[in-house]
Design a protein around this ligand. Sequence first.
Ligand SMILES: [Mn+2]
Length: 356
Amino acid sequence: MQMTWRWYGEGNDDITLDHIKQIPGVMGAVWSLHDKVAGEVWEMDRIQEVADQIKAKGLSPAVVESVNVHDDIKIGRDTRDAYIDTYIDTIRKLSKVGVKVICYNFMPIFDWTRTDLYKQTEDGSNALFYQKDLVEGLTAQEIVDRILKGAGDKTMPGWEPERLAKLEELFEAYKHVTEEKLTENLKYFLERIIPICEEEEVLMAIHPDDPPWPIFGLPRIVRSRDHIRKVLDLVDSHYNGLTLCTGSLGPNLDNDIPGMIREFGDRIHFAHIRNVKVMDNGDFIESSHRASDGNVDIVEVVKAYHDGGFDGYVRPDHGRHLWGEEENCRPGYGLYDRAMGAMYILGIWDTLERKY
Ligand SMILES: [Mn+2]
């Protein structure tokens, strides 16, 4: 298991590469060109610049999260081929600087969705929260306004104001995109990019839908064991793989996450590990990584990876905001709780490594 840390880039993240280096066990920075919207060309000099910054600190730039997929590809419009060509161009360029894994998602319109970005908890910390009846009661526009307002001046991947300004238009375009159609469009995309990934030795790792159920009538196709099996079978290549995110799959208590880790094994190229506490009414909050603090048994998760000899990349996904850091950090991406999460994961792993 190779521990990494998501980094938003120079001047775009209060947590610097120097901070990241001091977290025990972290060997890589998970990065992206965060100013790029889906479908935009990634210039080689910009890619080189960030990869060099990361390497200069002795860290690996092997994982990129994300290269976002343009809506036209997900909708299946005629214009998709040109956007796929651009995607392929980015894969080839990333390969040149040592990128081994690209994390992406195939969620229509919305990326991760929450109702509160800084929900107060009993111990005084705060965390990302999802109130089920609120999502069911509000319009998509109201949720967008709520999230963008909560984020203040911070940009958030998946929540680009420029794109979401055209919400009505986007919903109209997705009107006829059923779960089957979205799956077909993913297959079309994968059939074109996976041969290039094989050539360039870049592993694709699709991220599950968050939360793991359809919202606002939009289809979601990566949210259970059966969905994931289907996606991996669309193109049966090692390069068509998975980012297994325990926090995204976790709010559906029917998802047997350690079971999925054992089943999907070497098709998991990137492990996102975090915990969620699910309430009786279906609401959930992001909790500390500790197994007893939430509904995801993180000890079992790490043991499943260990039993399978997992040598891929992992990161503590989100964390709570502690000790006032929410003033300066992106929602879910504070320093303290994620650093403790990394240590908790490594603590379990190191214990399993011992032969008592
Ligand atoms: Mn995740």
